[in-house]
Each structure stands twice: as structure tokens, then as C-alpha cells.
Design a protein around this ligand. Structure first.
Ligand SMILES: Nc1ncnc2c1ncn2[C@@H]1O[C@H](COP(=O)(O)OP(=O)(O)O)[C@@H](O)[C@H]1O
Ligand SMILES: [Mg+2]
Length: 382
């Protein structure tokens, strides 16, 4: 039997956004000591951490300070310096998911190639080396930046040849445009010993104005065979990547009933926020357990759930002003999460709500009502 003293483990988190915040909250609940590195002071995660270090994610000195003062280091975003991570890993520091896993995922082209070579179904893809390459799959076609994209930034749909003049510069690849029936996501946790736990498959619905995942429905309304296939592919994907921590596998369900992996996130994900209220172990606690080498928790979902992102209202910026809070909190089963970002911007992820209800249909109805009522505006009009 192992004995533990307080704090359990000192955890360093690179990135102080909402994912880091919810990770830090769960870690602190269990008695971990949390340090956060973010370019801005009092970041969402910095506000709840024991200690914050202010610095850029590529600032070697600051990364060193974080890693050296932590027993294990993790991150809430992919855009991190893997070179520095590797150097520290080689010197014996614990970094999870590993810098090698992160490196493969960071470059979306390498990620796709790695998975495709091991037999994971993905949309047809091709590296872009010349303008001609953009035409290889005909139109429409999806062009993606290899690195640095998120929330639809770095993804461009070329509807016809005329769109080529607006194509993304830099290192990119193209993907066949998939006729989507639904977008699904599966969260998989894997710890250092290789123990694996999987969450129920969820449906992601997108705000078409900005291509940001807007609503998550859990469990997904799909038939059993698709559910099984999605789960099998998700576990294989995390094993191929040798992942440690929580991983989100974004998938496409095509009109022909096929499952294709779109992309993988090596961290807690927007498609798993509902696990805080709806599952026995949240994705954030699970991630902390995995990287701290503790047994993983049950992923059982105890009640259906719908999660809605609250995006900054277009036309406003500056200090956030919340409208409709009384109304949404009067609906039974609604939980409100505010990320406490200092400033709002159009479509910035400012918070989310989770609605739980024994009946999924009525959770969806309540969520739609809440979505209309809640708004985050800013003190300044733009
Ligand atoms: N090959 C594709 N066919 C059709 N739609 C796609 C394709 N690739 C991406 N999309 C759409 O664009 C969204 C964002 O693409 P994704 O690669 O997940 O980038 P991001 O890093 O911004 O999440 C997807 O969730 C999906 O709605
Ligand atoms: Mg995505």
C-alpha cells in the first residue's frame, strides 16, 4: 500500500484558458498543488491555481521554471514548444501527454498520416506543395493549416477554383470534403500503465457563422453499431499515439454511415464539459488521475446532458456583461460556468452551460431555451 502526503503531486499546466481552469479546479479538489504558465496574469486557470507564472509558451526560461517546480507537467493547448519539452523529458522530468505524442498531433498532416498508416479511417488527404495540388480532389475541398489552427481558424473550404486566390498560405494539406451526417467525439483516458477508460460517444453541433462547436449532446443519438465502431476506433487511435492523459477523438459520421477520424486533441476537450455534471468522473479529474499515475475513475454517464457554449455576443468587446442569468438558473438541471476572462470579443468562448435531465429530449428543449436567454455582451460596442 502506498502512502500519500499533501500535496499529492505538484502539477504544472502550460496554458491558462478555460481547460486549464477546469483541470486546476479538479486537481485542487483532490489536494494537488497547481502552477499555471500563461502570457497574461490572472488568466482563467491562473485565478484558481496556487501559483501563476506569466510568460509566453515558447519562453524557454519560463517553461523551465514551470517544469522544474512541478512533479508532472501537462498542457491545455497543443501550441507548445515540444523541443523544450523533449529536453526536459530526457533529463527525467515527467511531461504528459509525452512530447512525442504532442509532436505527432501538433502537425495535423503528420497526425493524419500516422493514423492512416495504422489503418485508422480518415478522409482522403494530400500535402499541398503547389497550387496544382489544391485541385487534386476537385471542389469543394477543405484546406487545412498543418500547425497552429483551432476553432475553425486554419480551416478553409474552397468551394470552387476561384477560391484558390484566397487559399491559406504556408504549410497546408487538403482533405476531401466529407458529406456529414453528424460530427461525433469520443473521450478516451489512458494512464501510464496503459489502463484505458472510454466515455459515451457525443454529438457535436457547430455554429456555422464561425465553425465553433456550439452544442454537445450526450449520449449521441446514433445506432449501436456506429457507437461500437466509433469507440473501437477511438481506443485504437489513442493506443497508436501512445497517449497518456485524456484524449478527444473528433469524428465524422458520413451520410453513408462510415466513421472517419477528423482530428485528435491530447487534452480535455470542449466535447467533454458535460462530464462534470453528467458522469461519475469528469474528463478533467480523469486527466489529472492519468498523468499523476493514479487509477482511472468510472466514466459511467448517470444522466443525459446537453452542453452549450456561451460565445461573446457579436457587436461587443471589453469587460463582460452577463444577461439572462436569473432566467437560465430558474430552469431545473442547468449549471452555469463562467471562465472569468477579463475581456469579451465576438464569438470568444466565455463560458458554458450544462443541462442535465433524465430525458434527453427535454434536456435539448431546456438547452435551446437557455441558449436564447443567456448572452455575454461587453461594456464597449463595436
Ligand atoms: N474534410 C472535411 N469535410 C467536411 N467538413 C470538414 C472537413 N474537415 C473539417 N471540416 C469542418 O470544419 C470543422 C473544423 O475542422 P477541424 O479540422 O476540426 O479544425 P479545428 O482545429 O478548427 O477544430 C470540423 O469540425 C468540420 O465541421
Ligand atoms: Mg476540430
Amino acid at each position: 500500500m502506498k502512502n500519500f502526503s499533501y500535496p499529492l503531486t505538484k502539477i504544472g499546466i502550460v496554458g491558462g484558458g478555460q481547460l486549464g481552469k477546469m483541470m486546476a479546479q479538479e486537481a485542487k479538489k483532490m489536494g494537488f498543488y497547481v502552477t499555471v504558465l500563461d502570457p497574461t496574469s490572472e488568466s482563467p486557470a491562473g485565478q484558481v491555481a496556487d501559483r501563476e507564472i506569466v510568460g509566453d509558451f515558447y519562453n524557454e526560461k519560463k517553461l523551465k521554471e514551470l517544469i522544474e517546480s512541478s512533479d508532472v507537467t501537462t498542457y491545455d493547448l497543443e501550441n507548445v514548444d515540444t523541443k523544450v519539452f523533449k529536453e526536459f523529458k530526457n533529463r527525467g522530468y515527467k511531461i504528459f501527454p509525452s512530447p512525442e505524442t504532442l509532436e505527432t498531433i501538433q502537425d495535423k498532416y503528420v497526425q493524419k498520416k500516422t493514423l492512416a498508416e495504422k489503418g485508422i479511417p480518415v478522409p482522403d488527404f494530400k500535402k499541398v506543395e503547389s497550387e496544382e495540388d489544391l485541385k487534386s480532389f476537385g471542389f469543394p475541398v477543405v484546406q487545412k493549416a498543418r500547425k497552429g489552427g483551432y476553432d475553425g481558424r486554419g480551416v478553409f473550404v474552397l468551394k470552387s477554383e476561384e477560391y484558390i486566390s484566397n487559399a491559406i498560405d504556408g504549410e497546408t494539406f487538403i482533405e476531401k470534403f466529407v458529406n456529414l451526417e453528424k460530427e461525433l467525439a469520443v473521450l478516451v483516458a489512458r494512464n501510464i500503465k496503459g489502463e484505458v477508460k472510454i466515455y459515451p460517444v457525443v454529438e457535436m453541433v457547430f455554429d456555422e457563422r464561425v465553425n465553433i462547436c456550439d452544442t454537445v449532446v450526450s449520449p449521441a443519438r446514433i445506432d449501436e453499431k456506429i457507437d461500437e465502431t466509433a469507440k473501437k476506433i477511438a481506443i485504437e487511435t489513442v493506443e497508436i499515439l501512445n497517449g497518456v492523459g485524456i484524449f478527444a477523438i473528433e469524428m465524422f459520421l458520413t451520410k453513408d454511415g462510415e466513421i472517419l477520424v477528423n482530428e485528435v486533441a491530447p487534452r480535455p476537450h470542449n466535447s467533454g464539459h458535460h462530464t462534470i455534471e453528467a458522469c461519475l468522473t469528469s474528463q478533467f479529474e480523469q486527466h489529472i488521475r492519468a498523468i499523476a499515475s493514479l487509477p482511472l475513475g468510472s466514466t459511467e454517464q448517470i444522466i443525459p446532458a446537453v452542453m452549450i457554449n456561451i460565445l461573446g455576443e457579436p457587436g461587443y468587446k471589453g469587460k463582460p456583461v452577463i444577461e439572462g442569468l436569473d432566467e437560465i438558473l430558474s430552469i431545473p438541471g442547468v449549471s452555469f460556468h463562467l471562465y472569468c476572462k477579463k475581456e469579451t470579443k465576438p464569438f470568444r468562448k466565455m463560458g458554458h452551460i450544462t443541462v442535465v435531465d433524465k430525458n434527453l429530449k427535454s434536456a435539448i428543449e431546456k438547452a435551446n431555451k437557455a441558449k436564447k436567454a443567456i448572452k455575454i455582451k461587453g461594456e464597449e460596442k463595436i
